[in-house]
Design a protein around this ligand. Structure first.
Ligand SMILES: Cc1cc2nc3c(=O)[nH]c(=O)nc-3n(C[C@H](O)[C@H](O)[C@H](O)COP(=O)(O)OP(=O)(O)OC[C@H]3O[C@@H](n4cnc5c(N)ncnc54)[C@H](O)[C@@H]3O)c2cc1C
Length: 422
């Protein structure tokens, strides 16, 4: 009788799990089945990195990850490292290249990564079943029974859940994995969208719609700087966006969910020193009594006019107002906001506008092979778990490395079962 390893979900984690399981179980009487609710594998992989797929990073450290319950994702990399992941691609003929520390396929096509998985699944003789949305999982004796929404069922000796999170409903990510995990007695933490934009009630937002400028951001939670980022800030009518905002969206969302005040402090001129700004402000203030410029004029040449408009409107003024109408102290205060502009964060983008789900299945319920401590033979990997990374290839790295760990461990377990004649 063939032993069966069932993998639920054909994203980056599930594909890697299936391929790794097949390779590790080579020569054994084992069938790997990949159950995917969609019509193809790797639908999300194909849209990553703006279609180029930033699949990993040369620097992977603990500070690149968040976890609602402070789980340690690095333990996964001790079992399957990001170096091993790069070799996985290179050994199969996918050349890689870097932009800084960010790694992409040399083709700069995310499709190359999805297509490699298609080829590997075929080569490793993984049986792929599409249109199989698994809705039920339970134990039947020593085996597992999986049932999809059409009533079709599969038996398996070990199961790897790799159903992703809640980001990308249109791609089949509706959080099914949480309910399946709970059916097997696992716990799911609070979940929320991350790597998304920030909403603010700043009155100047609309005036800066379309602005893209270099900025340094400090996220203040209860007056404490919790995160800091520098890079291109993108401002739209909806809120503050760009990778700089995505990177701090997790702590911002988590704080908002516990009712704490979240402030974003923006430095619109990070390359101008405090001293330079002070001198420049004094120079410009000297001209006010005589020239009486419009408020916007006082910001000229230091920051983007849209950013200036945001500061001016955010302070309850309008750009056309004449500088003499303001008390000199008020003017100084206004101009100083070039480097210290504070806005209140009121929310973040939703799952449709986010790249990952923060939170997930509690890691402390799993052993070092990502096997459920209280349910032998059940493994979990990828975004379904309570780990989310920053932008920069950290999420795909975690998805694929955790998938590899599950695949290898599930195959090893089956080998033991076979050798024990169980
Ligand atoms: C727009 C965008 C860009 C991104 N860019 C990057 C990037 O460049 N680099 C990076 O590292 N990360 C990026 N990410 C994040 C990264 O894509 C994900 O973290 C990663 O793909 C998660 O992989 P996964 O396999 O765990 O889950 P998913 O990719 O979500 O795969 C889960 C699979 O399970 C299937 N499924 C769900 N429920 C069921 C069910 N009940 N039965 C059967 N099948 C089911 C789904 O159809 C899906 O195929 C990006 C995300 C988005 C949305």
């Amino acid at each position: 009788m063939n032993r069966i390893i069932a993998v639920v979900g054909g994203g980056a984690a599930g594909c890697m799990a299936a391929v790794s399981a097949a390779r590790s179980a080579a020569g054994e009487p084992v069938q790997i089945i990949l159950l995917e609710e969609g019509k193809g594998i790797g639908a999300k992989i194909r849209i990553t990195g703006n279609g180029r797929c930033n699949l990993t990073n040369l620097q992977i450290r603990p500070e690149h990850y968040y976890s609602v319950e402070q789980a340690d994702p690095m333990r996964i990399y001790e079992k399957y490292s990001p170096d091993a992941l790069r070799s996985f691609f290179e050994e199969r003929g996918v050349f890689l290249h870097s932009r800084g520390d960010l790694i992409y396929p040399l083709t700069d096509r995310a499709d190359t990564v999805a297509e490699l998985f298609e080829r590997e699944l075929l080569r490793e003789k993984v049986q792929v079943q599409y249109d199989a949305r698994i809705r039920e999982i339970r134990r039947e004796g020593k085996r597992f029974l999986l049932r999809d929404e059409h009533g079709n069922s599969w038996q398996a000796d070990t199961v790897i859940l790799a159903t992703g999170g809640l980001t990308g409903k249109r791609l089949g990510c509706r959080g099914d994995g949480y309910a399946l995990s709970q059916q097997m007695g696992l716990h799911v933490t609070d979940c929320f969208p991350a790597l998304t934009y920030l909403k603010t009630d700043c009155a100047g937002l609309a005036a800066a719609d379309g602005v893209r400028c270099e900025a340094e951001l400090k996220l203040l939670i209860g007056d404490k700087v919790t995160a800091q980022e520098r890079g291109e800030l993108q401002i739209t009518k909806k809120g503050l966006s760009g990778i700089v905002c995505f990177q701090i969206s997790h702590p911002a969302a988590q704080a908002l969910r516990t009712g704490r005040e979240v402030i974003l402090q923006i430095d619109f001129a990070p390359d101008i020193t405090d001293d330079q700004l002070r001198k420049q402000i004094l120079e410009r203030m000297k001209k006010v009594p005589e020239e009486n410029p419009a408020l916007s004029e006082l910001f000229f040449g230091m920051i983007h006019p849209g950013a200036a408009a945001m500061i001016i409107r955010g302070s309850g003024q309008v750009e056309e107002r004449k500088a003499r109408k303001l008390h000199p102290e008020e003017l100084m205060k206004l101009l100083k906001q070039i480097k210290v502009f504070r806005v209140r964060i009121t929310g973040t983008g939703d799952y449709e506008e986010a790249q990952v789900t923060a939170g997930g299945v509690r890691m402390k319920d799993l052993n070092e092979n990502l096997e459920a401590a209280d349910c032998e033979g059940l493994y979990l990997c990828g975004e379904l778990l309570d780990v989310d990374g920053l932008c920069g290839g950290y999420n795909l790295t975690f998805a694929m490395c955790s998938g590899a760990v599950c695949g290898m461990a599930a195959a090893e377990k089956i080998s033991r079962m076979i050798s024990q004649g169980g």
